[in-house]
Design a protein around this ligand. Structure first.
Ligand code: ATP
Length: 199
């Protein structure tokens, strides 16, 4: 699997729809200071579900929407789509190409889509879990990330290895099941209370 194409529109400095094509080797992005290089990696993190404004180098989520320049009006929404080549079926979907889209309006109303079908943020997280891709995945190494991994507490550092070993998905499912069991146990206790009151 590899990152094939990125479409950015209305996101940060990218007012017009911009298509960036990658190949399965190495792509370098060069440009003068402030020309928008980091905005490209911000766009990748955002479309993969980043919800921390700080990680996106803003002060509020609305800051990701193009805010206008002397010659261009601000825009009302931001949209980013990322397309992966999935011919090797790394992602568990029967498609050779998988696209993920995130769209957000100034009202902060937002939408996520997988292959143009609306979905939840949770679906995107689950799709990429254990692949190293995703806002917390080790394939996105931002400035200061290595330092933070090295200075993390041991259990936080272990999470990086768990993602690489492919067990985070099962840990998440275990937690969900434990929560469900807990809710069921609580319901049984309440039911028993009601039954004993009726008796
Ligand atoms: P450097 O090489 O200095 O790290 P860079 O090429 O990585 O720079 P970015 O940080 O990606 O540059 O882009 C900064 C530019 O993006 C600034 O000119 C800033 O005004 C612009 N920008 C950020 N958010 C928005 C927005 N919401 N609307 C319009 N422009 C924006």
């Amino acid at each position: 699997m590899y990152l094939k194409t990125l479409y950015i529109q209305g996101f940060k400095s990218f007012a017009q729809k911009t298509k960036i094509e990658f190949n399965n080797k190495i792509t370098g992005i060069v440009g003068p200071n402030g020309s928008g290089k980091s905005n490209i990696s911000d766009a990748i993190m955002w479309v993969l579900g980043e919800t921390s404004v700080k990680s996106l180098r803003g002060s509020k989520m609305e800051d990701v929407i193009f805010s206008g320049t002397d010659s261009k009006r601000p825009l009302g929404f931001a949209e980013v789509s990322i397309v992966f080549d999935n011919t090797d079926r790394t992602l568990p979907l029967e498609y050779n190409e998988i696209s993920v889209t995130r769209r957000m309006y100034r009202s902060l109303e937002s939408e996520f889509l997988i292959n143009n079908v609306k979905c939840r943020l949770k679906d995107i997280k689950e799709l990429f879990m254990d692949t190293g891709i995703g806002k917390d995945g080790y394939s996105l190494i931002g400035q200061g990330k290595i330092e933070s991994i090295l200075s993390n507490r041991p259990e936080q550092r272990r999470a990086v290895f768990e993602e690489a070993a492919g067990i985070s998905k099962y840990k998440m499912r275990k937690l969900e099941t434990e929560n469900k069991l807990k809710r069921t146990e609580d319901n049984i206790v309440r039911l028993n209370d009601i039954i004993s009151e009726i008796k």
